[in-house]
Design a protein around this ligand. Structure first.
Ligand SMILES: Nc1ncnc2c1ncn2[C@@H]1O[C@H](COP(=O)(O)OP(=O)(O)O)[C@@H](O)[C@H]1O
Ligand SMILES: [Mg+2]
Length: 575
């Protein structure tokens, strides 16, 4: 029987299609832009994150493999910016990320540090990375950062000179992480992953030799020394499991190492959680379940010589190449476990559709029979029930995954309250930053809107004012408008008021004509979108208010800009 479940897999990686067909029997289609082509789908995979407007078009039963704004950790400059803001407040908790400078803005700070180091004869080595490339492209290691082109946009990082070595080789870990929900945040880590090895013996020199200092597979595969075995136990690409075994033999406490890695992942995602929520809600203000996106992230982790993990970067499009047998084993398991955990099936889709139908029906009938409060509490009940159902399903279908947020007490299904209280502090801090940025942006748009209004609307109002009789002008007062539509509405009222007023009792009919001749529609040429005002959740009647209590950004009064010019709104409003 043909499966009706449609997977749109716009990916260069065959293994994704193989798993979708072989393990799940999905009907695979490969459209670049299914929205444009009018093609329906149930799950979609794209190698690069879609634009924000695409996220807004996703239907409640569909799922896509990216969250809007995940670039906030998946691009090197944004990751550094977000972790640095947390480091400012929680120095010890966020010391898992090497000291980083963003050029050109941090250039003077960096120069100062270089000067201090040279005074103390400290020879620091730096690794310089392009902001948004991957696979080791454009990376170089240098002691002379003062020679870098100061106009280029680069990420400069303290080079970790003493990494943990296995067989004398530098390596890093590719840890696979799945995010299924941003509010409440839900993060899973997969037990399998990869360790990528440099292909030449490590030494504190020859910094221009990438086979010694960079551990990317894309680089080392081109070295003639490169080897790999069937099970990933030796050579330059190994399984995470086998490297953990080697480390354990070396005396590293693996449980502690895993806890530290979990902690790095959670703290990194927490640093942008409010932003993820805000963006998700902006794209999908009516969606209560935050169920439409998922994302597999590749965390690159390196160990220092004591075995303490450090975060290098986060990839939101980790490679799904299946060059080696090990790749095939690890990645097909990862994909199988992911798709199963997501519970993307036809019955589930039908359940969502049925729920929407019921809600619409209730909205129509409910508006007569139940109060707003009852409606909200019903909504919360449905939401909590759905979350419970989802949690239960996930616990029973973890495969190789383990939940790392919310934090659970090891081998139990009890929440680790102590850890969660700690994480809440970080969340609060991240939320404050997001709010501050939003307020600053709102201020900026207020100024923009005001300027546009003054430029385009004020001359018109001035001419209207001229034709208003003196006694009516006394009623004129300074007013504020909530938005442009409000303003335009008032304007038509003025027009009506003026016209009526003059028709009824004014002797100066000539002036009526000049008033009517004013082009009152020209103000509508100002488009709200052009003024870069983001949609407000508060204004959206579908937005469930209870989200605003926990993590989501309250819409500030960003549309409540003051128009300080005289407003003849009070003229004959009794009409
Ligand atoms: N701060 C660092 N100290 C030491 N080695 C690093 C550092 N940053 C990156 N590397 C090495 O460079 C490689 C590539 O860096 P990464 O940040 O992962 O960029 P890319 O996106 O190009 O993979 C890493 O896999 C690691 O081997
Ligand atoms: Mg990398």
């Amino acid at each position: 029987m043909i499966n009706l479940f449609k997977a749109n897999l716009d990916s260069q990686y065959n293994i994704i299609k193989e798993v979708a067909k072989g393990q799940f029997n999905w009907r695979v289609i490969c459209q670049k832009d299914p929205w444009m082509q009018g093609v329906d789908w149930d799950i979609q995979w794209t190698d690069t994150a879609p634009s924000i407007d695409k996220f807004s078009k996703i239907k409640p039963y569909q799922k896509i493999n990216h969250f809007p704004a995940m670039f906030q950790i998946a691009r090197k400059n944004y990751l550094a910016k977000n972790l640095k803001k947390m480091q400012k407040n929680f120095k010890d908790d966020y010391k898992f990320f090497p000291k980083t400078w963003l050029l050109p803005q941090d250039l003077s700070e960096l120069k100062q540090i270089i000067a201090q180091n040279s005074q103390r004869s400290i020879k620091q080595v730096y690794i310089v990375k392009p902001e948004s490339l991957s696979q080791g492209k454009g990376i170089f290691i240098t002691k002379r950062v003062d020679q870098i082109d100061p106009t280029e946009h680069l990420v400069v990082q303290k080079y970790l000179k003493y990494p943990y070595l296995i067989d004398g080789l530098k390596f890093d870990l590719r840890i696979y992480v799945l995010v299924t929900n941003v509010q409440p945040l839900r993060i899973f880590i997969h037990k399998e992953g990869l360790a990528r090895f440099a292909s030449e013996q490590y030494q504190h020199k020859s910094y221009s030799n990438p086979f010694i200092h960079l551990t990317n597979y894309a680089i080392n595969k081109d070295n003639q020394n490169f080897t790999s075995d069937q099970n990933g136990e030796t050579g330059h690409k190994r399984s995470l499991k086998s490297v953990y075994q080697t480390l354990q033999k070396d005396g590293i406490d693996i449980e502690k190492l895993q806890d530290r890695i979990d902690d790095i992942i959670v703290k990194t995602l927490i640093s942008i959680q409010p932003d993820l929520v805000h963006n998700y809600r902006t794209c999908q203000p009516g969606d209560q379940f935050n169920n439409m996106c998922f994302e597999i992230l590749g965390f690159d982790i390196i160990l220092n010589k004591k075995g303490v993990p450090q975060l290098l970067e986060v990839n939101h499009a980790p490679s799904f190449n299946d060059d080696t047998n090990l790749d095939r084993i690890v990645k097909s398991q990862l994909l199988t476990d992911t798709f199963r955990l997501l519970n993307v099936t036809l019955p589930e889709k039908n359940k969502v559709l049925e729920q929407i139908r019921l809600q619409t029906e209730q909205r129509i009938i409910g508006s007569i029979k139940i109060t707003k409060q009852q409606h909200l509490s019903q909504k919360i009940d449905i939401y909590l029930e759905r979350l419970r159902e989802r949690d239960n399903y996930e616990f029973e279908n973890l495969g190789g995954y383990r939940v790392i947020y919310p934090a659970y007490i090891k081998d139990s299904n009890m929440i680790d309250q102590e850890k969660m209280i700690k994480y809440q502090q970080f969340l609060d801090c991240a939320k404050k930053y997001t709010m501050d940025i939003k307020i600053a942006k709102d201020e900026e748009s207020k100024v923009q809107v005001k300027q546009t209004l003054i430029k385009t609307v004020k001359p018109e109002l001035d001419s209207i004012k001229k034709v208003i009789p003196e006694k009516l002008r006394r009623n004129i007062s300074t007013q504020s408008y909530k938005n442009l539509a409000d303003f335009l509405n008032k304007k038509s009222q003025i027009q009506l008021a003026l016209t009526k007023n003059y028709e009824n009792n004014t002797p100066k009919r000539g002036q009526i004509l000049s008033c009517q001749n004013i082009d009152l529609t020209s103000a509508s040429k100002i488009k709200f979108q052009d003024l870069s005002i983001s949609p407000s959740h508060q204004d959206n009647p579908q937005s469930p208010e209870f989200f605003q209590e926990n993590g989501s950004i309250e819409s500030s009064q960003h549309q409540d800009f003051m128009t300080n010019f005289t407003n003849p709104k009070n003229v004959k409003l009794n009409l």
